[in-house]
Design a protein around this ligand. Structure first.
Ligand code: ADP
Ligand code: MG
Length: 265
């Protein structure tokens, strides 16, 4: 078979144009957001509370509809939630009455995939997050980090083109958080999904991302949330949080986050 790379490019291209969201009749929570994300790219979204990070993510997920502008994934407009766009929140959102395997299999069963395929995929992704030994455990028997791994396996089992994560490691202790960051970096290399990752932590953003989008403003600052800057992270796969070039990027982004606030205040 002669596959033309032009026509068989990977899925997961995100195109956001002039995106704005107004709740009720108030001010726009977020407005004028333009962002192009390439297939397989990991983009972190940072910025102070209330600048509209979660709003962008919810619109991409299809949980809410935009007031203006557009979102396309692989040239198709986003109109509703889809297993093509997996979402992971800070609170794991597992079904407490289902085992790890049943949690991961749940969405696949809903989609009426053949039973053999449901079982195979559930086990594949439970293995990917290192929980094979816990497949028959219930969520309350697991640590927070393990529960978040289950949540990640559950969305990845759908083989999504896009993974949307809203402060996914925000509730975890520092050590577990570092562990999951490393696992996410590995998972990302093996599945190649496009990832949009919202975080409060500039260090986490620089550690994981190819690009960091800095948002600023927000209703409480009297201006709609908006993109203040987009910073490339030209660091390799193995990142050292103590390296001078790492710290220089952290300082640059931190400056942008705070400058954004001052201007908008
Ligand atoms: P972030 O995730 O950056 O902290 P959000 O996207 O959650 O910010 O919120 C952006 C703005 O939108 C905030 O001013 C918030 O109060 C407002 N907002 C978010 N969700 C709603 C909602 N459902 N109804 C009204 N206002 C909302
Ligand atoms: Mg938020």
């Amino acid at each position: 078979m002669n596959l033309d790379p032009q026509t068989t490019s990977r899925p997961g291209a995100i195109s956001i144009r002039g995106l704005g969201k107004r709740y009720g009749t108030g001010m726009f929570a977020m407005r004028g957001v333009d962002l192009e994300i390439a297939p397989g790219e990991l983009v972190a979204l940072v910025g102070a509370s209330g600048c509209g990070k979660s709003t962008v993510l919810r619109l991409l997920a299809g949980f809410e509809t935009a007031t203006e502008g557009s979102i396309h994934v692989d040239a198709r407009p986003v109109a509703a939630p889809s297993p093509e766009r997996g979402v992971v929140f800070q609170d794991y959102g597992l079904f407490p009455w289902l085992t790890v395997r049943e949690n991961v299999a749940y969405g696949l069963k809903q989609r009426r995939l053949p039973r053999v395929e449901v079982a195979a995929r559930a086990d594949e992704f439970i293995g990917l997050v290192g929980l094979t030994r816990f497949a028959t455990s219930f969520p309350q028997e697991l640590s927070g980090g393990m529960q978040q791994r289950v949540a990640i396996a559950r969305v990845l089992a759908n083989r999504p083109a896009v993974l949307l994560m809203d402060e996914p490691f925000g509730a975890l202790d520092a050590l577990t958080r570092e562990q999951l960051q490393n696992e996410l970096a590995q998972i990302r290399r093996s599945v190649g999904t496009t990832i949009l990752f919202v975080t409060h932590s500039i260090e986490e953003a620089v550690y994981l991302a190819d690009r960091v989008v800095v948002m600023a403003g927000g209703v409480s600052h009297g201006v709609p949330g908006q993109v203040r800057a987009v910073v490339d992270v030209p660091l390799g796969q193995e990142r050292d949080t103590t390296a001078p070039e790492f710290n220089a990027l952290e300082r640059e982004i931190s400056g942008l986050v705070h400058r954004g606030l001052d201007r908008a205040a």
